[in-house]
Structure formats: C-alpha cells, structure tokens
Design a binder for this molecule. Structure first.
Ligand code: FAD
Length: 466
C-alpha cells in the first residue's frame, strides 16, 4: 500500500466499485484496446434457455478470486465446479487486506491474525515515519495467512452448493460451435500424499480462470503475457519479546538496497513475521535485496528462525486479453495487482465476484446460456471502476521509486497527517474521500518542496559521485 499515500496529491483516489467518482475527469478506458468493441446483444433476452439443468460453470483455481467467484455463482443458481490443485495451498503472500474486504466479504474476525494500526515507512537513510496516526479506533489493516483465508472462502463456496474438486487442471477443449460445452481435462486427487491422481474430464458452459499468475486457463485462450515482479518472502519466528514490537505494527522499507523498484516489508503474522521484497527490473538480484531487507530490520528480528522461504511472480499489468468466448480471467490470472503496492487479494476476490455476478445476471440465475457479451460486462465494469487506480499507482511508482532521493521525499511526505488520512481512507475502504481543497493545495506545495529537495540532494550526491 506504500504508494497509495500519494494519490491524493494528483487528485485521484481509489474508486468505489459501486459508484466510481474521481476528483479529476478520468475517461473510463478499457485496459485492452481490443475490448472496446461494444455489443448490443442482451443475452438475457436472446440466449436460448438451458433445459433440464442449470448453467454449468467451472472455476479453475481456489484462491481468493476462485473462492469468491464460486460462492457467487453457487448462490446465483449456477451449477458450479471449483477445481483447486492443492487444498492446503499456502500462497506466498504478505497477507495484508483492507478493512473493507472484511465487511464486503463478510470475513469472520477469527481468520485475521493481526490487526495492524501502526505502519512505519522507512527511508533509504533509515528515517522512519509513523503512519496510521489518523486511524479511528475501529480501523485496521488485516493480516491473514493465505492458507486460512483461501480455505475459508472455498468452504463457504461449498456450503453454498459449489462442488469443490481437488484437481490439477490440465487443458481445455473449446466448443466447436454455438452452445456446445467446453471440456476441461484435469487430474483428480483423493487427498492421499503422493497419490498420482486420476485423469478426468468435465463439460461446462463457461469457465472462470482464477488460477493465478501462471494461469493455464490464460494459456488455453492465448491471453498473452504480462510483465511481472518476482516477490520473495521469508516467514521468520522471532523471540516473543521481539514479537511484542510487531504486535500491531508493520514496516515498509524503501531504498536501492532493498529493491530498485519495489519495497521491502516486515508484516506480522499469528506467531511470526513475514519479511520480503520484490523487483521487476533486477529479478536475478532478488536474494541480495532480501538479505538487505533482513539487514535493515536486523535489530528487531535478531534471534529469529526462518520457518519458510517462498517466492512467486506478481503481475504488473493486465494481460492483453482477459476474455474469449465463454472464458474469462480474474485475479492474478487476469493481472489485477496494483503496481508498486503489490496489492492483489482484494482485487482478486472482487474481480471473481464481479465476473460471477455478470454470469448470474446474464444467465438469469442459471436458466439461460451466456455468451461473450455477458462476460464482457464484467470487464467493462472492472475497467471503469479500477483503471484510474492502476494508472495512478503506475505514475507514482515512476515518480517516487526512481531513486533514493525521491524515496526520501516520499517518506518525508508520509509524515503529513493529511496524506496519512487520505492514504488510509482510500486503502481501507477503496472509495473516494472528499478532499479538502486547502489541504490539497498545501500538500501539492509540500510535495513539490520535497521533490525539489530530493533533486537538490541528488545533484549534490552526483557531484560527490555517491
Ligand atoms: C510474496 C508476495 C506477497 C504479497 N503480498 C500481498 C499482500 O500483502 N496483500 C495483497 O493484497 N496482495 C499481496 N500479494 C499478491 C496476492 O498474493 C495475489 O494478488 C493474490 O493471491 C491473487 O489471488 P488469486 O486468487 O487471483 O490467485 P492465487 O492466490 O495465486 O490463487 C490461484 C489458485 O489456483 C490454484 N491453481 C493454479 N494452477 C492450477 C491448476 N492448473 N489447476 C488447479 N488449481 C490451480 C493455486 O493452487 C491457487 O490456489 C503478494 C504476492 C506475493 C507473491
């Protein structure tokens, strides 16, 4: 969430999914030029009725995107199949979620390990700024373990009627014509460790690809590639007295040492901390950046024991294609992680739900066949709601993550109470907060001041050749 801090400065704040509203006029633009085609066809009126059964939809992947999609489909009267290759999957992830996700997805509080109310932003020269001082008593950033969250969402989909299959999706045969089914091939496991599994196939009318960054569904529809960051994380059990410090506190480190284009973090979990970093531009150096992140936090994690080392790609932008026929991509499979903050859990769950809603609506609760135009409504809604958010974070990354002096300026700005309020309001609630014009102006002036100082500093450093 680092860079969200600054979106108020340029007048764009995160939009509500329901009511997009921006302080500057941002024309909704499709992320994919090929998606500009508009269809006048209303599937609800023209598609044939499904007889003798309800519409069948397969969701491939049981992370937050897949779990949320499957639950919405099942509740909406769709015959739903959720295929997950590993039921105890422990997705490498910081596990930070915004407060609004707890409410919007009705998450029970006992699946949230920690409620973070303090965040330290730490500059390249180790200047630490406390953010979070403007939080109200009930506000916090949730910290979850992904194995817990994902299982909870999958279970809820199952309780609502989805058939959950422990299987590895292999490939998909596309329908020859009209309303013919998609045939999915997968290996089903019976839960026994080391079991080779049984090859099976499944006929469905539509498919949601929620199978993450290395999506096979995306490959099946030639969705194209995206640029990605590699993120590395160590889960470290630290002594109890050290854990007290991280009770409700998270840290974010910026600097060339921890990452040339991202940030390093220490996030608290139930009984350990997650220490990690990421990079797009220097993937080969990721272990060096991880070591630097650990070094920066060394006094606070001294005596720690590494429990787990994990790494995974993080998409940098949406795939060139997110939809083909009756197949749509959601979450990381589509490429919905916000640039430079690396936030993707909420957006995965939200896109899964939005895509499923489009199918439920288009099929009139499973009674009619859907077509590409129905699924496209999800993409249009998504792009209209979130495109400016992604664009703003992209710009912010370019401005503030480009050099150590710029990062010093960034951290300096984070000390501003107004920036903090705007940051947390837009991060926690994913909605627009009415700005204060006078404070906006002050912030703009301060920002320019910080950048000027940063540039002056950079020039001095260049003269000194450091
Ligand atoms: C190190 C790291 C730290 C991060 N920290 C944060 C953070 O703090 N906050 C945040 O919001 N985001 C964070 N992210 C991003 C976040 O993890 C992702 O955006 C999010 O997990 C996307 O959810 P998803 O459901 O789309 O995909 P995933 O969570 O990747 O889920 C995909 C699921 O599909 C299954 N699957 C894959 N292939 C197949 C197949 N062939 N057949 C069957 N099943 C399959 C997988 O087992 C998995 O369960 C982080 C990412 C990384 C790598």
């Amino acid at each position: 969430m680092a860079s969200i801090a600054l979106k108020s400065f340029i007048g764009l704040r995160q939009a509500s999914a329901e009511k997009p509203h921006f302080t500057i006029q941002a024309k909704p633009i499709s992320l994919n030029p090929s998606n500009h085609r508009r269809f006048q066809v209303n599937a609800a009126k023209t598609s044939p009725k499904v007889t003798g059964r309800n519409l069948r939809v397969a969701v491939v992947g049981g992370g937050p995107a897949g779990g949320a999609a499957a639950e919405t489909l099942a509740k909406g009267g769709i015959e739903t199949f959720l295929i997950e290759r590993k039921m105890d999957n422990c997705k490498p992830c910081g596990g930070a979620i915004p407060l609004c996700m707890v409410g919007e997805f009705d998450l029970p509080l006992d699946i949230i390990d920690r409620r973070v109310t303090k965040m330290k932003m730490i500059s390249p020269s180790n200047v630490a700024v406390d953010i979070g001082q403007t939080l109200k008593p009930h506000e916090y950033i949730g910290m979850v373990r992904r194995e817990v969250l994902d299982q909870y969402l999958r279970n809820r989909a199952s309780e609502n009627g989805a058939t959950v299959i422990n299987g590895l999706f292999l490939k998909m045969e596309k329908p020859g014509d009209g309303e013919a089914p998609y045939v999915l091939h997968y290996t089903e496991y019976d839960g026994k460790v080391g079991g080779a599994g049984v090859k099976k196939s499944l006929e469905v009318d539509a498919v949601i690809g929620a199978d993450g960054a290395n999506s096979r569904v995306a490959k099946s529809i030639d969705a194209g590639d995206y640029e990605y960051a590699i993120a590395f994380q160590e889960r470290i059990k630290i002594p109890d007295d050290k854990m007290v410090y991280y009770e409700n506190l998270a840290e974010m480190y910026v600097g060339d040492d921890v990452s040339p284009d991202f940030y390093g973090w220490v996030f608290p979990k139930c009984d350990h901390v997650a220490v990690g970093t990421g990079t797009v531009t220097h993937k080969g150096d990721i272990k060096k950046f991880q070591l630097a992140t650990r070094n920066r936090a060394k006094d606070k994690i001294l005596g720690g024991k590494i429990l787990r080392v994990e790494a995974h790609p993080i998409p940098e932008h949406p795939r060139p294609r997110r939809l083909a026929g009756r197949v749509a991509l959601v979450g990381d499979a589509a490429g919905y992680v916000t640039k430079c903050s690396g936030e993707g859990i909420y957006f995965a769950a939200k896109s899964g739900r939005m895509c499923a809603e489009a199918i439920v609506e288009g099929s009139e609760n499973g009674k009619r066949m859907v077509n590409e135009a129905d699924l496209r409504k999800y993409l249009e809604k998504w792009d209209k709601t979130y495109w400016p958010t992604y664009k703003v974070l992209d710009v912010l990354q370019k401005v503030f993550y480009r050099s150590n002096p710029a990062r010093e300026a960034f951290v300096e700005m984070c000390a501003d109470e107004y920036v903090q309020k705007m940051t947390f309001d837009s991060y926690l609630y994913k909605r627009v907060v009415p700005g204060n014009p006078w404070e906006d102006l002050k912030l703009a002036v301060n920002t320019i001041g910080s950048l000027v100082r940063a540039n002056a500093l950079r020039r001095e450093m260049e003269k000194l050749n450091v």
